[in-house]
Design a protein around this ligand. Structure first.
Ligand code: M6R
Length: 365
Protein backbone atom coordinates (compact mmCIF):
# COMPACT_ATOMS: atom_id res chain seq x y z
CA UNK A 1 0.00 0.00 0.00
CA UNK A 2 1.09 3.54 -0.78
CA UNK A 3 0.03 4.96 2.59
CA UNK A 4 0.19 8.74 2.48
CA UNK A 5 2.41 8.83 -0.58
CA UNK A 6 1.04 9.72 -4.03
CA UNK A 7 3.28 7.14 -5.71
CA UNK A 8 5.04 3.92 -4.77
CA UNK A 9 8.28 5.41 -6.07
CA UNK A 10 8.19 8.24 -3.53
CA UNK A 11 7.26 5.82 -0.75
CA UNK A 12 10.15 3.54 -1.70
CA UNK A 13 12.60 6.46 -1.87
CA UNK A 14 11.57 7.48 1.65
CA UNK A 15 11.85 3.91 2.96
CA UNK A 16 15.56 3.78 2.26
CA UNK A 17 16.88 4.63 5.75
CA UNK A 18 14.94 1.60 7.05
CA UNK A 19 15.62 -0.73 4.12
CA UNK A 20 19.34 -0.04 4.42
CA UNK A 21 19.18 -0.68 8.17
CA UNK A 22 17.59 -4.02 7.25
CA UNK A 23 20.37 -4.78 4.77
CA UNK A 24 23.00 -4.10 7.44
CA UNK A 25 21.32 -5.64 10.48
CA UNK A 26 23.30 -8.53 11.97
CA UNK A 27 25.90 -8.29 9.21
CA UNK A 28 28.63 -6.28 10.96
CA UNK A 29 31.04 -7.80 13.45
CA UNK A 30 32.77 -4.95 15.29
CA UNK A 31 34.93 -7.26 17.30
CA UNK A 32 36.68 -8.46 14.15
CA UNK A 33 36.06 -5.28 12.14
CA UNK A 34 34.41 -7.25 9.36
CA UNK A 35 31.10 -8.23 7.78
CA UNK A 36 29.14 -11.44 8.26
CA UNK A 37 27.36 -12.67 5.14
CA UNK A 38 26.30 -16.18 6.01
CA UNK A 39 24.28 -16.73 2.84
CA UNK A 40 27.50 -16.49 0.82
CA UNK A 41 28.36 -19.83 2.33
CA UNK A 42 32.03 -19.47 1.44
CA UNK A 43 34.65 -20.95 3.77
CA UNK A 44 37.61 -18.73 4.75
CA UNK A 45 39.69 -20.90 2.39
CA UNK A 46 37.30 -20.41 -0.53
CA UNK A 47 37.22 -16.68 0.21
CA UNK A 48 41.00 -16.50 0.25
CA UNK A 49 41.28 -18.31 -3.07
CA UNK A 50 39.06 -15.91 -5.01
CA UNK A 51 41.34 -14.04 -7.39
CA UNK A 52 38.83 -12.53 -9.78
CA UNK A 53 35.23 -11.36 -9.57
CA UNK A 54 32.79 -11.02 -12.45
CA UNK A 55 29.53 -9.19 -11.78
CA UNK A 56 26.53 -9.59 -14.11
CA UNK A 57 23.33 -7.58 -14.11
CA UNK A 58 21.06 -5.29 -16.13
CA UNK A 59 19.94 -1.68 -15.71
CA UNK A 60 20.19 -0.36 -12.17
CA UNK A 61 21.53 -3.70 -10.96
CA UNK A 62 24.41 -3.37 -13.44
CA UNK A 63 25.09 0.14 -12.16
CA UNK A 64 25.26 -1.22 -8.61
CA UNK A 65 27.71 -3.80 -9.99
CA UNK A 66 29.86 -1.01 -11.42
CA UNK A 67 30.16 0.41 -7.91
CA UNK A 68 31.01 -3.11 -6.74
CA UNK A 69 33.96 -3.03 -9.14
CA UNK A 70 35.34 0.10 -7.41
CA UNK A 71 34.76 -1.45 -4.00
CA UNK A 72 36.27 -4.88 -4.67
CA UNK A 73 39.34 -3.47 -6.39
CA UNK A 74 39.98 -0.52 -4.08
CA UNK A 75 39.00 -2.06 -0.74
CA UNK A 76 39.90 -5.71 -1.25
CA UNK A 77 42.42 -5.58 -4.10
CA UNK A 78 40.56 -8.17 -6.21
CA UNK A 79 40.43 -7.69 -9.96
CA UNK A 80 36.77 -7.23 -10.92
CA UNK A 81 34.81 -6.75 -14.11
CA UNK A 82 31.15 -5.98 -14.73
CA UNK A 83 29.19 -7.46 -17.60
CA UNK A 84 25.85 -6.48 -18.98
CA UNK A 85 24.22 -9.85 -18.25
CA UNK A 86 23.21 -10.37 -21.90
CA UNK A 87 26.83 -10.00 -23.00
CA UNK A 88 28.07 -12.43 -20.40
CA UNK A 89 26.30 -15.28 -22.04
CA UNK A 90 27.18 -14.58 -25.64
CA UNK A 91 30.80 -13.58 -25.47
CA UNK A 92 32.23 -16.75 -24.06
CA UNK A 93 33.55 -15.27 -20.80
CA UNK A 94 36.72 -16.56 -19.19
CA UNK A 95 35.82 -18.35 -15.99
CA UNK A 96 38.68 -19.91 -14.06
CA UNK A 97 38.39 -22.13 -10.99
CA UNK A 98 38.86 -19.20 -8.58
CA UNK A 99 36.58 -16.76 -10.37
CA UNK A 100 33.60 -15.66 -8.29
CA UNK A 101 30.53 -14.69 -10.33
CA UNK A 102 28.02 -12.35 -8.66
CA UNK A 103 24.69 -11.97 -10.47
CA UNK A 104 22.75 -8.97 -9.18
CA UNK A 105 18.97 -8.76 -9.61
CA UNK A 106 16.20 -7.15 -7.62
CA UNK A 107 13.51 -9.45 -9.01
CA UNK A 108 15.68 -12.52 -9.47
CA UNK A 109 13.68 -13.13 -12.67
CA UNK A 110 15.50 -11.08 -15.32
CA UNK A 111 15.96 -13.42 -18.30
CA UNK A 112 19.45 -12.24 -19.27
CA UNK A 113 20.72 -12.48 -15.70
CA UNK A 114 19.24 -15.99 -15.30
CA UNK A 115 21.06 -16.97 -18.49
CA UNK A 116 24.31 -15.56 -17.06
CA UNK A 117 23.86 -17.64 -13.89
CA UNK A 118 23.36 -20.78 -15.99
CA UNK A 119 26.40 -20.02 -18.15
CA UNK A 120 28.58 -19.33 -15.10
CA UNK A 121 27.42 -22.49 -13.35
CA UNK A 122 28.05 -24.58 -16.47
CA UNK A 123 31.59 -23.19 -16.62
CA UNK A 124 32.25 -24.21 -13.02
CA UNK A 125 32.27 -20.76 -11.39
CA UNK A 126 31.44 -20.18 -7.75
CA UNK A 127 28.16 -18.21 -8.03
CA UNK A 128 26.76 -16.09 -5.21
CA UNK A 129 23.77 -13.92 -6.05
CA UNK A 130 22.45 -10.63 -4.71
CA UNK A 131 18.65 -10.74 -4.95
CA UNK A 132 15.77 -8.99 -3.29
CA UNK A 133 12.91 -11.38 -4.04
CA UNK A 134 13.18 -14.40 -1.77
CA UNK A 135 12.95 -17.75 -3.54
CA UNK A 136 13.27 -16.13 -7.00
CA UNK A 137 14.80 -18.09 -9.88
CA UNK A 138 18.25 -16.50 -9.56
CA UNK A 139 18.31 -16.95 -5.78
CA UNK A 140 17.33 -20.61 -6.15
CA UNK A 141 19.60 -21.47 -9.05
CA UNK A 142 22.64 -19.75 -7.55
CA UNK A 143 22.24 -21.83 -4.42
CA UNK A 144 24.08 -19.26 -2.35
CA UNK A 145 23.91 -15.52 -2.01
CA UNK A 146 22.71 -12.61 0.02
CA UNK A 147 19.21 -11.21 0.22
CA UNK A 148 18.76 -7.46 0.21
CA UNK A 149 15.79 -7.37 2.64
CA UNK A 150 14.47 -4.22 0.94
CA UNK A 151 10.86 -5.45 0.98
CA UNK A 152 8.64 -5.49 -2.14
CA UNK A 153 9.65 -2.89 -4.71
CA UNK A 154 6.53 -1.97 -6.67
CA UNK A 155 7.65 1.06 -8.67
CA UNK A 156 9.15 0.11 -12.03
CA UNK A 157 12.00 2.52 -11.33
CA UNK A 158 14.33 0.81 -8.91
CA UNK A 159 15.28 2.88 -5.86
CA UNK A 160 15.48 1.05 -2.55
CA UNK A 161 16.68 -2.19 -4.15
CA UNK A 162 19.54 -0.32 -5.83
CA UNK A 163 20.72 1.30 -2.59
CA UNK A 164 20.58 -2.03 -0.75
CA UNK A 165 22.57 -3.69 -3.55
CA UNK A 166 25.27 -1.06 -3.13
CA UNK A 167 25.31 -1.49 0.65
CA UNK A 168 25.58 -5.29 0.39
CA UNK A 169 28.44 -4.92 -2.12
CA UNK A 170 30.20 -2.64 0.38
CA UNK A 171 29.70 -5.24 3.12
CA UNK A 172 31.09 -7.93 0.85
CA UNK A 173 34.11 -5.76 -0.04
CA UNK A 174 34.68 -5.24 3.69
CA UNK A 175 34.59 -8.99 4.27
CA UNK A 176 36.98 -9.70 1.37
CA UNK A 177 39.20 -6.78 2.37
CA UNK A 178 39.55 -8.09 5.94
CA UNK A 179 40.27 -11.49 4.48
CA UNK A 180 43.20 -9.88 2.65
CA UNK A 181 44.75 -6.50 3.28
CA UNK A 182 42.60 -4.43 5.66
CA UNK A 183 43.62 -4.17 9.32
CA UNK A 184 40.96 -4.62 11.98
CA UNK A 185 40.88 -0.91 12.67
CA UNK A 186 40.58 -0.09 8.96
CA UNK A 187 37.77 -2.62 8.76
CA UNK A 188 36.02 -1.02 11.70
CA UNK A 189 36.39 2.41 10.18
CA UNK A 190 34.61 1.23 7.02
CA UNK A 191 32.00 -0.61 9.10
CA UNK A 192 31.28 2.62 11.01
CA UNK A 193 30.86 4.49 7.74
CA UNK A 194 28.44 1.85 6.45
CA UNK A 195 26.40 2.11 9.63
CA UNK A 196 26.05 5.87 9.14
CA UNK A 197 24.43 5.54 5.68
CA UNK A 198 20.79 5.54 6.92
CA UNK A 199 21.43 8.83 8.77
CA UNK A 200 23.06 10.39 5.70
CA UNK A 201 20.04 9.43 3.63
CA UNK A 202 17.62 10.85 6.21
CA UNK A 203 19.36 14.16 5.87
CA UNK A 204 18.97 14.11 2.05
CA UNK A 205 15.27 13.24 2.36
CA UNK A 206 14.75 16.32 4.52
CA UNK A 207 15.74 18.38 1.51
CA UNK A 208 13.00 17.01 -0.73
CA UNK A 209 11.20 20.40 -0.88
CA UNK A 210 14.34 22.19 -2.17
CA UNK A 211 15.07 19.41 -4.68
CA UNK A 212 11.46 19.67 -5.88
CA UNK A 213 11.86 23.39 -6.56
CA UNK A 214 14.99 22.84 -8.65
CA UNK A 215 13.36 19.91 -10.49
CA UNK A 216 10.39 22.09 -11.42
CA UNK A 217 12.70 24.67 -12.96
CA UNK A 218 14.16 21.99 -15.26
CA UNK A 219 11.01 20.06 -16.08
CA UNK A 220 10.65 21.63 -19.54
CA UNK A 221 14.09 20.48 -20.76
CA UNK A 222 14.35 17.69 -23.32
CA UNK A 223 17.99 16.66 -22.85
CA UNK A 224 20.26 16.21 -19.87
CA UNK A 225 23.84 15.17 -19.25
CA UNK A 226 24.86 13.65 -15.94
CA UNK A 227 28.58 13.68 -15.19
CA UNK A 228 30.68 12.19 -12.42
CA UNK A 229 34.07 10.69 -11.66
CA UNK A 230 35.25 7.73 -9.59
CA UNK A 231 32.41 6.16 -7.63
CA UNK A 232 30.22 9.01 -8.79
CA UNK A 233 30.55 7.88 -12.41
CA UNK A 234 28.23 4.84 -11.99
CA UNK A 235 26.11 7.14 -9.81
CA UNK A 236 25.75 9.51 -12.78
CA UNK A 237 24.69 6.59 -15.01
CA UNK A 238 22.08 5.54 -12.48
CA UNK A 239 20.79 9.12 -12.07
CA UNK A 240 20.42 9.51 -15.84
CA UNK A 241 18.63 6.17 -16.16
CA UNK A 242 16.15 7.21 -13.47
CA UNK A 243 15.38 10.51 -15.22
CA UNK A 244 14.92 9.04 -18.71
CA UNK A 245 12.87 6.10 -17.54
CA UNK A 246 10.18 8.06 -15.68
CA UNK A 247 10.22 11.55 -17.23
CA UNK A 248 10.97 10.61 -20.88
CA UNK A 249 13.65 13.29 -20.97
CA UNK A 250 16.66 12.18 -22.98
CA UNK A 251 19.38 11.84 -20.35
CA UNK A 252 22.90 10.53 -20.75
CA UNK A 253 25.34 9.63 -18.02
CA UNK A 254 28.98 10.22 -18.83
CA UNK A 255 32.30 10.01 -17.13
CA UNK A 256 33.12 13.70 -16.73
CA UNK A 257 36.42 13.21 -18.55
CA UNK A 258 34.52 11.99 -21.63
CA UNK A 259 32.80 15.34 -22.14
CA UNK A 260 35.77 16.61 -24.11
CA UNK A 261 35.77 13.52 -26.29
CA UNK A 262 32.53 14.32 -28.06
CA UNK A 263 29.45 15.28 -26.10
CA UNK A 264 30.68 18.80 -25.32
CA UNK A 265 29.85 19.73 -28.90
CA UNK A 266 26.17 19.51 -27.95
CA UNK A 267 26.30 21.84 -25.00
CA UNK A 268 24.30 25.07 -25.06
CA UNK A 269 21.47 26.62 -23.05
CA UNK A 270 19.13 23.78 -24.05
CA UNK A 271 21.40 21.05 -22.67
CA UNK A 272 21.60 21.16 -18.90
CA UNK A 273 24.30 19.25 -17.06
CA UNK A 274 23.86 17.60 -13.70
CA UNK A 275 27.35 17.53 -12.19
CA UNK A 276 28.28 15.40 -9.20
CA UNK A 277 30.74 17.72 -7.47
CA UNK A 278 30.84 16.20 -3.99
CA UNK A 279 33.91 16.99 -1.92
CA UNK A 280 35.81 13.78 -2.62
CA UNK A 281 38.99 13.14 -4.66
CA UNK A 282 38.45 14.41 -8.20
CA UNK A 283 36.36 17.42 -7.13
CA UNK A 284 38.80 19.94 -8.63
CA UNK A 285 38.52 18.23 -11.98
CA UNK A 286 34.72 18.29 -11.85
CA UNK A 287 34.85 21.99 -11.04
CA UNK A 288 36.90 22.45 -14.21
CA UNK A 289 34.24 20.52 -16.13
CA UNK A 290 31.49 22.72 -14.70
CA UNK A 291 33.39 25.81 -15.88
CA UNK A 292 33.61 24.28 -19.36
CA UNK A 293 29.84 23.68 -19.34
CA UNK A 294 29.06 27.18 -18.12
CA UNK A 295 31.33 28.66 -20.79
CA UNK A 296 29.00 27.01 -23.33
CA UNK A 297 25.96 28.41 -21.53
CA UNK A 298 24.74 24.99 -20.40
CA UNK A 299 22.66 25.33 -17.21
CA UNK A 300 24.25 23.31 -14.39
CA UNK A 301 22.65 21.55 -11.46
CA UNK A 302 25.40 20.55 -9.04
CA UNK A 303 25.38 18.07 -6.22
CA UNK A 304 27.81 19.35 -3.59
CA UNK A 305 28.89 18.48 -0.09
CA UNK A 306 27.06 20.54 2.52
CA UNK A 307 28.98 23.66 3.46
CA UNK A 308 31.28 23.51 0.43
CA UNK A 309 31.31 26.91 -1.25
CA UNK A 310 33.58 26.06 -4.20
CA UNK A 311 30.75 25.47 -6.71
CA UNK A 312 28.21 27.95 -5.38
CA UNK A 313 29.48 30.86 -7.46
CA UNK A 314 29.08 28.85 -10.67
CA UNK A 315 25.42 27.92 -10.37
CA UNK A 316 22.50 28.66 -8.10
CA UNK A 317 21.03 25.20 -8.60
CA UNK A 318 22.83 23.16 -5.98
CA UNK A 319 21.68 20.10 -4.08
CA UNK A 320 23.55 19.49 -0.84
CA UNK A 321 24.45 16.08 0.51
CA UNK A 322 26.18 15.46 3.85
CA UNK A 323 29.95 14.93 4.05
CA UNK A 324 31.09 11.32 3.62
CA UNK A 325 33.92 9.27 2.08
CA UNK A 326 34.22 8.50 -1.62
CA UNK A 327 32.92 4.95 -1.11
CA UNK A 328 29.79 6.11 0.69
CA UNK A 329 29.06 9.21 -1.43
CA UNK A 330 27.09 7.28 -4.12
CA UNK A 331 24.34 6.51 -1.60
CA UNK A 332 23.17 9.95 -0.44
CA UNK A 333 23.89 11.26 -3.94
CA UNK A 334 21.72 8.60 -5.57
CA UNK A 335 18.84 9.45 -3.24
CA UNK A 336 19.11 13.12 -4.26
CA UNK A 337 19.02 12.06 -7.94
CA UNK A 338 16.03 9.77 -7.34
CA UNK A 339 14.12 12.69 -5.82
CA UNK A 340 15.18 14.96 -8.67
CA UNK A 341 13.95 12.49 -11.31
CA UNK A 342 10.73 11.89 -9.39
CA UNK A 343 9.82 15.58 -9.10
CA UNK A 344 10.70 16.28 -12.75
CA UNK A 345 8.43 13.40 -13.83
CA UNK A 346 5.58 14.57 -11.59
CA UNK A 347 5.92 18.13 -12.94
CA UNK A 348 5.64 16.71 -16.48
CA UNK A 349 2.50 14.79 -15.56
CA UNK A 350 4.10 11.39 -16.19
CA UNK A 351 2.82 8.05 -14.95
CA UNK A 352 5.66 7.70 -12.43
CA UNK A 353 5.09 4.18 -11.14
CA UNK A 354 4.28 2.64 -14.52
CA UNK A 355 6.36 4.32 -17.22
CA UNK A 356 5.35 3.52 -20.79
CA UNK A 357 6.92 0.51 -22.53
CA UNK A 358 8.53 -0.80 -19.34
CA UNK A 359 7.88 -3.82 -17.14
CA UNK A 360 9.06 -4.29 -13.57
CA UNK A 361 10.94 -7.39 -14.50
CA UNK A 362 12.18 -8.15 -17.97
CA UNK A 363 11.57 -11.86 -18.33
CA UNK A 364 12.33 -12.13 -22.05
CA UNK A 365 15.65 -11.62 -23.77
O1 M6R B 1 15.10 -7.18 -11.33
P1 M6R B 1 16.43 -6.76 -11.88
O2 M6R B 1 17.27 -6.06 -10.87
O3 M6R B 1 17.17 -7.88 -12.52
O4 M6R B 1 16.09 -5.70 -13.00
C1 M6R B 1 17.10 -5.17 -13.81
C2 M6R B 1 16.60 -3.99 -14.59
O5 M6R B 1 15.55 -4.36 -15.45
C3 M6R B 1 16.13 -2.84 -13.68
O6 M6R B 1 17.11 -2.43 -12.78
C4 M6R B 1 15.68 -1.63 -14.53
O7 M6R B 1 16.79 -1.06 -15.16
C5 M6R B 1 14.96 -0.61 -13.63
N1 M6R B 1 13.66 -0.32 -14.17
C6 M6R B 1 15.73 0.66 -13.44
O8 M6R B 1 15.05 1.57 -12.62
Amino acid sequence: EKGNYPHFMLKEIFEQPETIENAIRGRIDHEMGTAILNGMNLSPRELALINRIVIAGCGSSMHAGMLGEYYFEDIAGISTSVEQAAEFRYRNPIIEPNTLVIPISQSGETADTIAAVREATAKGAVVTALCNVVGSTIARESGRGVYLHAGPEISVASTKAFSSQVVVLLLFALLLGRNRRLSRSEGNELADQIEQIPELIRSVLLQAPEIKKIAERYADKEDFFYIGRGCLYPTALEGALKLKEISYIHAEGYHAAELKHGPISLLDERHPVLALANDIPGKDKIIGNIQECRARKAPVVAVITRGDSAVRSMTQDVIEVPPCSRFIAPLPTTVALQLFAYYVAVARGCEVDQPRNLAKSVTVE
